[in-house]
Design a binder for this molecule. Structure first.
Ligand SMILES: *Cc1c(COP(=O)(O)O)cnc(C)c1O
Length: 463
């Protein structure tokens, strides 16, 4: 399998290269040259497979000859063996035609564990026996950071530098990052919002001096391997609800568009997905893009769903590329326009292609709280605010097929918001129970590339 950049001017890589590089050298994002497809029989054959075995079947075409089936299986067994639920991502029915897919049973209680536990192992596997040293740098609005740090902490050949916006992640989220004291973990609080932190990471990647000095890699959802790992649970859930004979819809609390893009890929691979609902909070750039073709940045508003408080969705570029005839030159010009003006229009092909599969809903704080209350009172489920955005969107969509809302975080990660809406204060699960007794370690830096560069020079391993 060969990987190409959305901007058409970066080297073509194999799966190992795309995994270790993350962001493409031309500023674009890697994706497979063509989507592999599964026949109806192959999809039917997934019924009854364990999560790890499903993962092997779905991901094998993407890894090409960089891993054998047995190697991939061993990595999946290790990654998904760290989940606290035997089903890894259990499906829970909450109403007639409505399900929750619980993606938060990993080590840091966030859906991002599903992909990052595997990514950490892929790094280790691909670096073993080389003298390459990877400098992973990422920005997090909350859950990515802790999940990435957990996945990489203590692994040889890798350092991780994680930027979070100061004061804009929950205490639980911050402590899950800053209490990991492994020497290869470097937490940086940035004086700015998440988009600023993410722009800084992009600026570091696009700086020729820094990328010559360090072997930089990304763990944000711009890394293809993460998206690949997320495709698996769309198949896993749909097959349990009757695919390939019965189509299924998904409602996805969306921020950076990684999770929902994995659903889009599942559909391209042949999974009968009736509809993908992009659920946003009031930071609604995607809702505006999908309803009226206007992809333009607003100001980031802080909400009880910080993992969705963004105004630029990196992975949306992958969708625009795929829907726009995979024309890297045209997309490059379109993105350059967006980067200078902060706004762009979708082309007709992009808008129409998106509308065929994707709908969107913008859910405000009141509707979010109502969904949390409904889940608590009517379904006996305590859900987190992000999941509530997804559920509110699913209930509003009024579809006549089974709808699966992706439950992206454990409610205990957002205890105050959950308690405000439901009156119930969720307990931290035992595996993170002593979080507030642990020592924290992090530095606070101004939101400038120079400050990040100086910090890297003091702490990162040169190539
Ligand atoms: C990251 C995250 C999201 C958004 O996922 P994207 O892939 O960035 O769209 C939603 N909910 C939670 C809890 C998250 O951590």
């Amino acid at each position: 399998m060969r990987y190409i950049s959305t901007r058409g001017a970066a080297p073509i890589l194999d799966f190992r290269g795309a995994t270790l590089n993350g962001l493409a050298a031309d500023g674009g994002l890697y994706l497979p040259e063509a989507w592999p497809t599964l026949s109806r029989e192959a999809i039917a054959g997934l019924a009854g497979l364990s999560y790890a075995d499903t993962a092997v079947e779905i991901m094998l075409p993407f890894v090409g000859d960089t891993l054998t089936r047995a190697e991939l299986k061993a990595l999946c067994d290790t990654a998904y063996g760290r989940f606290s639920h035997a089903a890894v991502t259990p499906l829970v029915q909450i109403d007639e035609g409505q399900w929750l897919l619980e993606l938060f049973h990993g080590p840091t209680l966030a859906f991002k564990d599903v992909a990052l536990q595997l990514l950490g192992l892929l790094f280790e596997r691909f670096l073993a026996g080389t003298d390459q040293h990877l400098t992973v740098i990422g920005a997090t609005s909350g859950d990515t950071g802790s999940a990435a740090i957990d996945a990489v902490a203590g692994r040889t050949g890798v350092d991780i530098f994680m930027l979070h916006p100061v004061g804009r992640v929950s205490d639980v989220q911050r402590r899950q990052m800053t209490t990991v004291l492994a020497p290869n973990v470097h937490n940086i609080a940035i004086d700015g919002d998440f988009d600023t932190a993410q722009a800084l990471v992009k600026a570091v990647f696009n700086d020729p001096d820094l990328s010559a000095r360090y072997d930089l890699s990304a763990v944000n959802s711009i890394n293809w391997a993460r998206l690949m790992a997320q495709i698996v649970y769309y198949f896993y859930a749909a097959v349990r609800l009757g695919a390939p004979d019965r189509p299924v819809a998904f409602s996805v609390p969306t921020g950076n568009f990684g999770d929902i893009f994995a659903g889009y890929v599942a559909a391209q691979m042949g999974l009968p997905v009736a509809r993908l609902i992009v659920a946003t909070n009031v930071n609604d750039i995607l809702h505006r893009a999908l309803t009226v073709g206007d992809y333009s940045k607003g100001l980031v508003q802080q909400t009880p769903t910080p993992s969705m408080d963004i105004q630029v969705s990196s992975n949306f570029e992958r969708l625009l590329f795929d829907l726009g005839g995979r024309d890297g030159i045209a997309l490059s010009a379109q993105m350059a326009g967006f980067e200078s003006a902060g706004a762009m229009r979708l082309t007709n092909a992009q808008s129409q292609g998106a509308a065929a599969l994707l709908s969107s809903e913008r859910v405000d704080v009141d509707s979010m709280s109502m969904a949390m209350r409904w889940a608590s009172e009517k379904a006996g489920q305590i859900i987190d605010p992000h999941t509530a955005i997804g559920l509110a969107a699913a209930q509003r969509a009024g579809l006549d097929v089974p709808v699966v809302t992706l439950a992206t975080a454990h409610p205990a990660k957002f205890r105050d918001a959950v308690e405000r809406a439901t009156g119930v204060r969720p307990e931290l699960p035992a595996r993170v129970g002593d979080l507030f007794d642990r020592t924290e370690r992090y530095v606070t830096l101004p939101a400038t590339k120079a400050a990040i560069a100086a910090y890297l020079d003091g702490h990162a391993v040169r190539t």
